[in-house]
Design a protein around this ligand. Structure first.
Ligand code: T3D
Length: 266
């Protein structure tokens, strides 16, 4: 199944939904239409039980160059332009929250440059696979802005405070090889093998027990704000839930019967 919209392309394969940002002429910079369609597509992927893993990628040579600056300049032509904060709260923030909290794995398959809010989008995914030619730029400072769309939350958690500040202050381009070394990405693949490497990981995740996968994401997210006692208690609560699933029983039975498990999501 493939549905073509104006600014994104979605496709399904083996429980994996891929959303491809599709404004290649401007390196998939976000205009309002793209933000709307992406938001709708992510919400639809969350609701659709047949979707067990979500992949985000970009058409052409970029992942995303962030907010469309021509769009911003257009806004400034009016007497009473929309405040940037308002625009963020309306479009970007709900999208980032949805990606971070939806109980399905989200993979950013970073095919090229990820700059500004495009970098933030990649950081909001659970896992990142980068093409060798991909790069990450906290471009906000070059246009006099601060990192947004969750970059100030995700970056220090992924690469530490000093590296996060250096990236944000200098707006330096981080190439894929360095991104792998500092923990910004999980994997780097040769450009021509990116799609295959992404599909392999995504299919693997899609074949695993969805409740176990989703509750694990919930637990790891909660660990950022819990103390040890609180987290242990939270784990016990989530394990009670996981322990009541058919997939748990199936996993135990398959192990004892020395066969591959078949997880249904129940
Ligand atoms: O209200 C709000 O929404 C506030 C939110 C702000 C969040 C943000 O994301 S702020 C940061 C916005 N992004 C940037 O500042 C990045 C701007 N782009 C670049 O610095 C460079 O394009 C890249 C480093 C990403 C890539 O460089 P390069 O040399 O590989 O490509 P290029 O030639 O610069 O770009 C190719 C085309 O894409 C070019 O168009 P042309 O000349 O071929 O017609 C360029 O203008 C266009 N493009 C690239 N980025 C954007 C863009 N057009 C509009 N907006 C962009 N962000």
């Amino acid at each position: 199944m493939a549905t073509d919209l104006q600014t994104i392309i979605t496709s399904d394969d083996s429980g994996v939904r891929t959303i491809t940002l599709n404004r290649p002429d401007v390196l998939n910079a976000f205009n309002t239409e793209l933000l709307k369609e992406l938001g709708q597509a992510v919400r639809a992927a969350e609701k659709d039980k047949s979707v067990r893993c979500l992949v985000l990628t970009g058409q052409g040579r970029g992942f995303s160059a962030g907010q469309d600056l021509a769009d911003v300049a257009e806004r400034y032509k009016t007497d009473d332009p929309i405040e940037l904060g308002h625009h963020l709260r309306k479009f970007y923030n709900p999208l980032i929250v949805k990606l971070r909290t939806m109980e399905k794995p989200v993979i950013a398959s970073v095919n090229g440059v990820a700059a500004g809010a495009g970098c933030s989008l990649a950081l909001a995914a659970d896992l990142r696979i980068a093409a060798e030619s991909a790069s990450f730029i906290q471009a906000f400072i070059h246009v006099g802005l601060v990192p947004d769309s969750g970059s100030t939350f995700m970056l220090p958690r992924l690469i530490g405070v000093s590296r996060a500040l250096e990236m944000a202050w200098t707006g330096r381009k981080i190439k894929a090889e360095e991104a792998l070394r500092i923990g910004l990405v999980n994997q780097v693949a040769p450009d021509e093998q990116l799609a295959e490497a992404t599909a392999k990981l995504a299919r693997k995740l899609a074949s695993l027990p969805p409740r176990g996968i989703g509750l694990t994401k919930r637990a790891i997210n909660a660990a950022w704000s819990n103390d040890l006692a609180g987290q242990l208690d939270y784990e016990a609560m989530l394990q009670t839930t996981a322990g009541k699933t058919k997939d748990h029983r199936e996993g135990v039975a398959a192990f004892l019967e020395k066969r591959s498990p078949k997880f249904t999501g129940e």
